[in-house]
Write a protein that binds this ligand. Sequence first.
Ligand code: RIB
Length: 334
Amino acid sequence: MAITIKDVAGRAGVSVATASRVLSGGRRVSPELADRVRESARELGYRHNAVARALRHGRTSSVGMIVPEIGNPFFPSLVEAVERTLSESGRDLLLCDAQQDPSVELRRARTLMARQVDGLIVIPVSASASRAALDEVASRLPVIQLDRFVTDYLGDWVGVDDALGISLAVEHIAALGSRSVAFVSAEPECSSAQQRLRGFTEATQRMGLLESGDRLLGEFSAGWGRAAAQKLLAGPSLPDAVVCGNDEIAVGLLGEFRRARVRVPDDVLVTGFDDIRFAALADPPLTTIRQPHEVIASECIRLLDARMDDADLPAQRIAIAPSLIARESTGSVS
Ligand code: RIB
C-alpha cells in the first residue's frame, strides 16, 4: 500500500498540514519539527507524488542546479550549456553554489525545493557526504546527478567517462616516448577525482610507464598545481611527463615550471583535463581532455524530462566519451 503524507505525519507526531508544509518546502516550521518530518519520510520511503504536486501547484517551468565550486571555470561553462538547453523549452535555471561543502549543498537543495523547482540537477561535492542531499531531494522531486556521482546511490547520472579521459592523456604522452610520469590531481573525495585516479593507474600499468614519485593529490586548483610543481622540482629528477587531474592544476604547474626555467614540452610534457577557455591561452597552450559541454547538457535535460514524466523509470547512467586536444604543452604545433 502506498505510503501517504498521513503516515509520515503520524510517524513524526505532527499534523498532516505541518508535514505537507515541510515536504512541499513551505516555511514557518521549526528546524526540529522539519527534521522529524524529513526523517519520517525517509524511513518510510515516502515519495511525494510528483504528478499530484504538479497538478496541485502546476509546474513552475524552472529547474534548480547546484554546483560544487562556482569559482572553478569548468562549472560556469557547463551551467551555460544547461541553461541554453533549458531555455530552448522555455524553462529557467535557478543556480546555487555549494561552496565545496556538503552541508551547504543540502541547504541549497532545500532552498531550491522551497522554490518549487520542477526538478534538480546536482553536481555532488562529495562521493559520500552528498548522499544526504540526494536522498532528501529524490524523495520529493526528479533529480539528476551531473558530471559527478555519489557512490552506491542508484540515481540518474550523466557525465564524461573520467577514467577514459585520463587514459587518453597517458596514451598520448606514452606515444610521444615518455617512460616516466607523475600524476597531480585532487584527493579522491569526489567521483571525478576517484575515476581519474583509477584511469591513471590502469593506463600507466597497461602502457608500462614508470610512475615518478608519489601521486600528488590535493585539490582541483592552480594553487595545488604550483605546490605540486615545487614538490616535483625538489625531487631527484623530473619525470618525462606530468598528467594533471584538471586544467587549473596544469595552469598552476606550468607557471611554477616557467619560474624554475623548466621548459615545457622540451624538458617535460604536461596535460590537463576539462579544456576550459584558458587552456588554449596557457603558456604554452595546454594539451587537455575536452568535456563536450553541449552533449553533456543535452543528455542531462533529456534524462531529467524523462524522469519528470515517469518517476519510476529505471535509473540511467550515461558516460560520454571525452576527446584529447593536443597542443604545445606536449609538443603538438597547432
Ligand atoms: O575542474 C573540476 C573538475 O571537477 C572537473 O574536471 C569536473 O569534471 C568536476 O567534476
